[in-house]
Design a protein around this ligand. Structure first.
Ligand code: CAA
Length: 267
């Protein structure tokens, strides 16, 4: 497999690579000395990298991962410890998470070890989650005198319901792989050694589909979590109609009729 390492870009806390044949990219959080805590610099880099990949026409799906010990142990507490309310309001760092929400290509998370606080919230921004047997998820902000601030109270509640969300946010306890699967917080659990490869496999499968259709489908499924059924159905219908102007729609249907494999151009 031909791998292109994109670290000619000056990333201090990320490793970014791209598989040219399969059209996937892998973004690895790489701040192991702090369990991949999401310091401001890392967050800036992550957003820059994801936005660059979102624009890169040689990439159709992105895998986001950490290391075996931690996906990410949350916001960097040492940075937050210095801040007061005025600085938080003026800097408004958390509003930059909207830019991760806005990434239009499918994001597959490969999560091992700790995914806590902002790390769990980062996972919740992804579209599919492959987790390993060692995963420990949680929103432990209550233990340091704050609360989730990057969407945890909202996204977690929509996914697991009010009572479980209350329990997790108010106790800050960690949940293990079995419970994460039961709560439908992750798609599947695999051995640690297989986690990244499984996520890549899934990303390759998705990247081999018609890319504009995949992005439209992602947008429509996300819409379901934030709007009424009527508005969501309207959104879906509009996206569906729009796809009828793509070359890939013509190719996909023609290939079906001619009983051959479609050749997507991503147009
Ligand atoms: N911020 C800054 N540094 C962190 C960190 C964090 N969130 N999590 C871990 N680290 C650092 C530790 O300070 C330690 O550094 P030193 O070696 O320099 O002391 C290093 O990473 C290793 O951590 P531990 O020694 O604590 O490792 P452990 O295996 O004993 O414990 C852990 C692991 C249970 C994850 C523990 O590190 C921990 O509780 N971390 C904090 C988790 C947390 O509270 N996250 C929420 C942050 S707030 C937030 O995320 C707000 C938001 O919504 C945006």
């Amino acid at each position: 497999m031909q791998l292109k390492h994109l670290n000619q870009m000056p990333y201090k806390h990320l490793l970014v690579s791209q598989e040219l044949e399969t059209k996937i990219a892998v973004v690895q959080l790489n701040r192991p000395q702090a369990l991949n805590a999401l310091c401001f610099e890392l967050m800036d880099e992550l957003i820059e990298a994801l936005e660059a990949l979102d624009k890169n026409t040689d990439v159709n799906a992105v895998v986001l991962t950490g290391n075996e010990k931690a996906f990410a142990a949350g916001a960097d507490i040492k940075e937050f410890a210095e801040r007061n309310v005025t600085q938080m309001l003026l800097e408004d760092r958390l509003s930059q998470w909207k830019r991760i929400e806005a990434i239009s290509k499918p994001l597959v998370a490969a999560v091992s070890g700790f995914a806590l606080g902002g790390g769990c919230e980062l996972m919740l921004h992804c579209d599919i989650v492959i987790a390993s047997e060692t995963v420990k998820l949680g929103q432990p902000e209550i233990n340091i005198g704050v609360m989730p601030g990057a969407g945890g109270t909202q996204r977690l509640t929509k996914l697991v319901g009010k009572f479980k969300a209350m329990e997790l946010v108010l106790t800050g306890r960690f949940i293990d792989a079995k419970e994460a699967l039961e709560l439908k917080l992750v798609n599947k659990i695999v051995p640690v050694a297989d986690c990244l490869e499984d996520a890549k496999k899934l990303a390759r499968e998705i990247a081999a589909k018609a890319p504009i259709a995949a992005r439209a489908a992602k947008a429509a499924i996300r819409k379901a979590l934030e709007t009424t059924l009527d508005d969501g159905l309207e959104f879906e219908r509009q996206r569906f109609y729009l796809l009828f102007d793509t070359d890939d729609k013509k190719e996909g249907m023609q290939a079906f009729i001619e009983k051959r494999k479609p050749q997507w151009t991503g147009k």
